[in-house]
Design a protein around this ligand. Structure first.
Ligand SMILES: [Fe+2]
Length: 381
């Protein structure tokens, strides 16, 4: 078994307003604050800026990160921003901002294009610049992960730079930073987090160390997500979902994702739907498929979701459990089929081929065949 958690995770309501003190504790004096323009306009970044000033940290602000960041964006920012004297990068935003911060910390040290580091373990040495990740969504888990997901615009594909050396030094989760998220983004990021928790629990690499994180994350997200979807100002529910999302990815980074995430690469690519929405549409079918070989784990998942009593046996798992999971997602606005996204029969071979090519299939409890994938996708049409 191997269990990595290189990131120091700090959590608390209002904790983002203490970022400056945390940076000082790390021995840093000069920061780049990386974010996006909308978060600056909405005032979400203000408590972090105030804390840097109060702690005497010199800083510059860059609000140029966009959704779905590209190689060109990262390379341009690395060239434009003078990071020579910067000892820390504070990322305030969703997964995109945090992923770009990790990449900039690598480029500032090693040079070149971020595309040069695509793949696994291509970062040559530990990063000297500290990355402090402050998520404003509750879903991707990028604040504790070893990856940076970027778009290669020339090849029109998404790729990953993966290395434990990219894990942020500190993750600061503060539910107050997620209060301005609109319901749809709350639902999609929460569905992503719930899927991370379920897939990591089912994974062949799940272990005695990861499983408690997965199950607790499922319970927290299942309790909090419907509430926070209905009322975005429900700070206690925001906190449940956020802690659940980070716990899910602590498990996920160590146990890895499975067939659902393998399917999402072609599905999101073909139908341009948000990753988290596709998670909610897909995971009930993938769970049902996997339960053929791990019914006991399916029982645990449905108990954590609150769908089964604590003393339920494996015979308690029935079609109604999966229907209830689909209803759970419908309750947060994740409904519809692939046909609503213009699915055509000729898409099926593409979905099958790209899913089978994904490394994530190898972590799935059942290594799927092309026929298995076809059957699952047909249920989603
Ligand atoms: Fe995901």
């Amino acid at each position: 078994m191997r269990f990595d958690l290189p990131t120091s995770w700090r959590h608390g309501r209002g904790l983002a307003a203490k970022t400056g003190d945390i940076i000082k504790e790390l021995g840093c004096k000069q920061s780049l604050l990386l974010t996006d323009a909308a978060l600056i306009r909405a005032g979400v970044v203000a408590p972090v800026v105030g804390s840097l000033a109060a702690a005497g940290i010199e800083y510059t602000i860059c609000g140029e990160v966009t959704q779905e960041p590209t190689v060109a964006l990262v390379d341009d920012l690395a060239a434009k921003l003078d990071l020579t004297h910067c000892d820390s990068i504070v990322a305030v935003g969703g997964g995109s901002v945090i992923d770009v911060a990790k990449s900039l910390a690598a480029l500032a040290q090693f040079g070149g294009s971020i595309g040069d580091y695509a793949g696994i373990n291509r970062i040559p040495a530990p990063l000297t610049r500290k990355v402090i990740a402050i998520p404003t969504t509750a879903g991707t888990g990028s604040e504790v992960t070893d990856g940076s997901a970027l778009i290669d615009e020339a090849a029109q594909t998404k790729f990953l730079v993966l290395s434990t050396l990219l894990c942020p030094t500190v993750a600061i989760t503060d539910p107050e930073m997620t209060l301005s998220l609109p319901p749809s983004v709350t639902a999609h990021s929460g569905a992503d987090a719930l899927t991370h928790a379920i897939e990591s629990y089912l994974s062949r690499d799940a272990s005695i160390a990861t499983e408690p994180f997965s199950l607790k994350a499922i319970a927290l997200i299942a309790q909090g997500l419907p509430r926070v979807y209905r009322n975005g100002k429900d700070l206690a529910a925001r906190e449940q979902v956020q802690i659940g999302a980070t716990m899910a990815m602590i498990a996920g980074m160590n146990a890895h994702m499975g067939l659902c995430h393998a399917l999402l690469m072609p599905i999101c690519g073909l139908y341009h739907m948000p990753h988290g929405r596709a998670c909610g549409m897909t995971i009930p079918y993938v769970l049902e498929f996997n339960a053929r070989t791990c019914k006991d784990k399916a029982v645990d998942i449905f108990m954590a979701l609150g769908f089964l009593d604590p003393d339920s046996g494996s015979e308690a798992v029935s079609e109604s459990c999966y229907a209830r999971l689909r209803d759970f997602f419908a309750g947060i606005g994740i409904t519809g089929s692939l046909c609503d996204y213009n699915y055509h029969a000729e898409d099926m071979p593409v979905i099958v081929r790209e899913t089978l090519a994904s490394v994530q299939c190898r972590y799935n409890p059942i290594v799927p065949t092309g026929d298995d994938i076809t059957r699952i996708v047909k249920r989603m049409i």
